[in-house]
Design a protein around this ligand. Structure first.
Ligand SMILES: C[S@@+](CC[C@H](N)C(=O)[O-])C[C@H]1O[C@@H](n2cnc3c(N)ncnc32)[C@H](O)[C@@H]1O
Length: 328
């Protein structure tokens, strides 16, 4: 987006004042704070924060999960976790909360959306590079202090992000204010139904304190070994599979068919400081508390989407129109 198109939806992330264009960035006309535009990214937070592990991860695996001519894995994932269609995105202004490398924003721009991607970490720089030729704007910002005016977006999605904040419930609840009436919110969070991750939660108490470089070195060595043990055990008739499941339960590492994805996903699992798990009951309650309607579950747990009601008159009109449709 051009600066002229951005300014009407932006505000100061500190005092909510009006932003004006300044040399290489924005300045708040109320508190005079300056937000620089560096390496393709508008910066609304300090460079270093609790998400530095993700900055390291996405700089290292900048292209691994981006779709290409060979794979549409992220597009399939996007559909299973956000359930957003081409019709819902074409021509819409969309916010990707925690965009990482921009793999889902790439899909949304391919569908014709104008996307703003925010991320707390230096991943925003990777997304800016990956999507330099798209209708995409990258910002380094915190979901708890977004630099946007209310009702700025038609669609907001956040996939695999809000459970990595200190307070997932509040992170979900801050988002509806930025939706236009009738806009859609879609989130995907880690599932709390199956307790397979019990052991990894213990290990993470230690692993999240390791430097990202060191943890990555450890996992680059351990993941291939555990994968070979897993594959080897499964070849043993009878007790092989239960034994493989037991080892996997005690030492959970990712089982993706691609070895690079396995290390990346395992690092993504063990490096975050915050990682909460959730249920549909919780997320539905949060959406309802925010007044969202038309709630529905999407394919991969825990994926929930809902709609911000139109303004009262339009909402009543829409309901009677829907009732008419049901009776016809
Ligand atoms: C597991 S990654 C997911 C990235 C991307 N959505 C994807 O699935 O490829 C989680 C992302 O959330 C970002 N994040 C964590 N806390 C955040 C916050 N408070 N505000 C914005 N982004 C945050 C991290 O920097 C990281 O890039």
């Amino acid at each position: 987006m051009r600066v002229d198109d951005l300014l009407p939806i932006l505000c100061c992330s500190a005092c909510r004042g009006e932003l004006v264009a300044a040399e290489n960035g924005f300045r708040c006309s109320a508190c005079a704070r300056v937000f620089p535009w560096e390496r393709g990214v508008a910066r609304f937070v300090d460079a270093r924060n609790y998400a530095d592990n993700f900055g390291f991860q996405w700089q290292k695996y900048a292209l691994t999960q981006m779709d290409s001519e060979r794979t549409h894995a992220s597009e399939i994932d996007f559909s299973r976790k956000a359930g957003l269609t081409v019709d819902e995105l074409r021509g819409k202004r969309v916010l990707d909360v925690g965009c990482g490398t921009g793999r889902y924003a790439e899909v949304a721009t391919r569908y014709g959306a104008q996307v703003v991607g925010i991320d707390l970490s230096a991943a925003a720089e990777v997304a800016a590079r990956n999507l330099a030729d798209r209708d995409f704007t990258a910002m380094q910002a915190d979901v708890f202090g977004l630099p946007f005016k209310p009702e700025s977006f038609d669609v907001i999605y956040s996939i695999g992000v809000l459970h990595h904040t200190p307070d997932c419930e509040q992170a979900v609840k801050v988002l509806p204010q930025y939706l236009k009436p009738g806009g859609i919110l879609a989130v995907w969070l880690y599932s709390g139904y199956n307790k397979w991750y019990r052991f990894s939660d213990y290990y993470r108490k230690v692993t999240h304190r390791m430097s990202p470089q060191k943890l990555h070195r450890v996992l680059s060595a351990a993941v291939p070994v555990l994968n070979r043990v897993d594959q080897g055990l499964k070849l043993i008739p009878g007790i092989g599979r239960p034994a493989a499941e037991l080892v996997h339960y005690v030492f959970p590492v990712n089982r993706h068919p691609d070895p690079t994805w396995r290390v990346l996903e395992t690092f993504d699992w063990y490096s975050p400081k915050y990682q909460s798990k959730h249920t549909y009951e919780q997320v539905f309650r949060w959406f309802e508390n925010c007044g969202l309607v038309d709630l529905r579950v999407v394919e991969t747990p825990i994926a929930v989407r809902g709609r911000k009601p139109e303004r009262a008159g339009v909402e009543i009109e829409r309901e009677s129109w829907q009732q008419e449709l049901q009776h016809s």
